[in-house]
Design a protein around this ligand. Structure first.
Ligand SMILES: *[C@@H]1O[C@H](CO)[C@@H](O)[C@H](O)[C@H]1NC(C)=O
Ligand SMILES: *[C@@H]1O[C@H](CO)[C@@H](O)[C@H](O)[C@H]1NC(C)=O
Ligand SMILES: *[C@@H]1O[C@H](CO)[C@@H](O)[C@H](O)[C@H]1NC(C)=O
Ligand SMILES: *[C@@H]1O[C@H](CO)[C@@H](O)[C@H](O)[C@H]1NC(C)=O
Length: 482
């Protein structure tokens, strides 16, 4: 018989006889959280794949698909997983590749993946990184940026642009935990700056005087992301607590947390007035009805805590950039990453500490137009967020809840997420919109079993599984033809 026929029959057999390799089926290792299984939105599958880490914060995926995690107070660890299809990732090895307790949040890989950047409260360091061996060559790293030390808001989030090569963004918050010093150019506070990495190694940038200011008047924009189609830069802002206006406590629901648009990296920043986001003078409205004298204010408008002859809601509107979207107060957004294709941004909300009813403690998404790189929702929307993974009951948070921090989207559009308080890493995957009825497996995958869809065909398979499938298919095919 002709080889062609065998191949055709084999291909047919793949379709007919390949077992559905869903994540829950035979995942050799399934971890359970110590708290109640989180709720996962319909169309998504989630799995806990690693625990026991020390405050895992930001996360990055190297060119070999290994997972690099900043463990605050410890260093950077590298984790290799084997994928058994879907979200079934089983740990093969973990190594502490950088032993440096001062590293506390930021991580980024260079465009070619051979340099690893990590941050402490005062500096950004560069390490020579080899993904094929999973090792760092220089234990004494090169200092790229310094002079960032202010000890209340200590994260220095890093992002390396894929559009503007060799460009590092560094986000630095205010000098005070709540309302701090004004953000002015020279003090480098409450800013996001960019630095060219071409000169790294030959000079050390002073954060306060070097680089390009992309945005200022940002209290603590911990999450910074780049839209994968347009290169637009977005940041999520953690706004202030304890706000009163005209003597009334409005802090429960005001001001809102923010999603700010910081423009593109391809131009110059001639007029920096267009990039001041208002802190510490003006804040975003979330619940206008709870703000005294709020006539004319709606969601996302900026308001002044105390109006006087020079600072009013009107001057706030005129002088500062309003958020592109506003979210409910106190949720603490800590990262924003875009899915491949740019139709969705993922945002982690680590959760509140000063609100009667705890809020946040969730992973959510915002729909984007892929071509324009803008959120679909209007700026005054109150429902731009769609939950992906939440805790069952926020009343028991923070103690018995996951607290999401860092996000990474890998080459298969799989989402990796850290939870620092529980020392965990989760993997999440959109499982498509198949209408196949759900299976209840009880294996420890915490899916919403009333709505969970399985679409095994669209999930990445491990190489072994693929080989096995083709061997089976070839045998079946040959048998058919015979
Ligand atoms: C920068 O990129 C944006 C988005 O792709 C584009 O609209 C704009 O024209 C570019 N600006 C320059 C100066 O190239
Ligand atoms: C108005 O309030 C702002 C913020 O508190 C302050 O910086 C400014 O000096 C005040 N202006 C006057 C005229 O009191
Ligand atoms: C959430 O937990 C609290 C405290 O245990 C309980 O009182 C409340 O009924 C729970 N809410 C729901 C919706 O289960
Ligand atoms: C599970 O999904 C169904 C259907 O979408 C939804 O009605 C239900 O509220 C979800 N359950 C939970 C616990 O989220």
């Amino acid at each position: 018989m002709a080889i062609k026929q065998v191949v055709k029959a084999a291909a047919l057999a793949v379709g007919l006889f390949a077992p559905p390799l869903a994540a829950a089926d035979g995942c050799p290792t399934v971890l359970l959280p110590s708290y109640q299984w989180p709720v996962v939105a319909p169309g998504w599958t989630a799995q806990l794949v690693l625990g026991g880490l020390t405050k895992p914060r930001s996360i990055a995926i190297d060119v070999k698909q290994a997972v690099l995690v900043v463990e605050a107070g410890k260093g950077i660890s590298r984790h290799v997983f084997k994928n058994y299809g879907g979200t079934c990732y089983v740990l093969e090895s973990s190594t502490l590749i950088i032993n440096q307790p001062r590293l506390n949040h930021g991580i980024a890989l260079s465009n070619d993946g051979t340099k690893l950047y990590a941050s402490t409260v005062d500096s950004v360091y560069q390490y020579d990184y080899d993904a094929s061996t999973g090792t760092v060559a220089n234990k004494q790293p090169t200092v790229v940026v310094n002079n960032m030390g202010n000890n209340d808001l200590v994260t220095r989030t890093l992002l390396i642009s894929r559009f503007q090569k060799d460009t590092l963004l560094v986000s630095r918050g205010s000098s005070d935990g709540n309302i701090g010093q004004a953000s002015v150019m020279e003090n480098g506070l409450s800013q996001i700056r960019s630095f060219s990495l071409a000169a790294a190694g030959s000079r050390i940038y002073n954060y306060n005087t070097d680089g390009t200011v992309l945005g200022w008047g940002l209290r603590n924009s911990v999450g910074v992301g780049e839209h994968p189609v347009t290169g637009g830069i977005y940041a999520v802002e953690n706004s202030i607590d304890g706000v009163t206006r005209d003597g009334k406590d409005v802090h429960e629901n005001n001001p809102g947390e923010e999603l700010n648009f910081l423009g593109y990296l391809n131009g110059t920043r001639a007029n920096l007035d267009k990039y001041n986001y208002g802190y510490p003078k003006c804040f975003a409205v979330w619940e206008p009805s709870e703000i005294p004298n709020s006539e004319g204010l709606s969601v996302g408008n900026q308001f002044a805590i105390t109006e006087n002859s020079t600072l009013t809601d009107e001057t706030c509107a005129k002088d500062y950039v309003e958020p592109r979207l506003t979210f409910g107060a106190h949720q603490a957004p800590l990262d924003i990453k875009f899915g491949l294709g740019g139709t969705r941004a993922y945002i982690t909300f680590r959760g509140s500490f000063d609100r009667t009813q705890p809020v946040g403690y969730r992973l959510a998404s915002v729909e984007f137009n892929d071509d324009r790189g803008e959120p679909k929702a209007a700026a005054n929307s109150k429902d731009a967020l769609t939950d992906i993974m939440t805790n069952v009951n926020n009343t028991v948070c923070p103690d018995k809840c996951f607290r999401p921090v860092g996000l990474a989207v890998d080459f298969n559009n799989v989402l990796w997420m850290t939870s620092d308080s529980t020392g965990e890493i989760y993997v999440l995957q959109r499982s498509g919109l198949s209408t196949t009825p759900p299976e209840t497996t009880g294996t420890g995958l915490f899916v919403n079993t009333t709505s969970q869809v399985k679409n095994a065909a669209s999930r990445p398979m491990s190489w072994d599984a693929k080989v096995l499938r083709y061997v089976v298919a070839a045998v079946m095919g040959a048998w058919f033809v015979v």
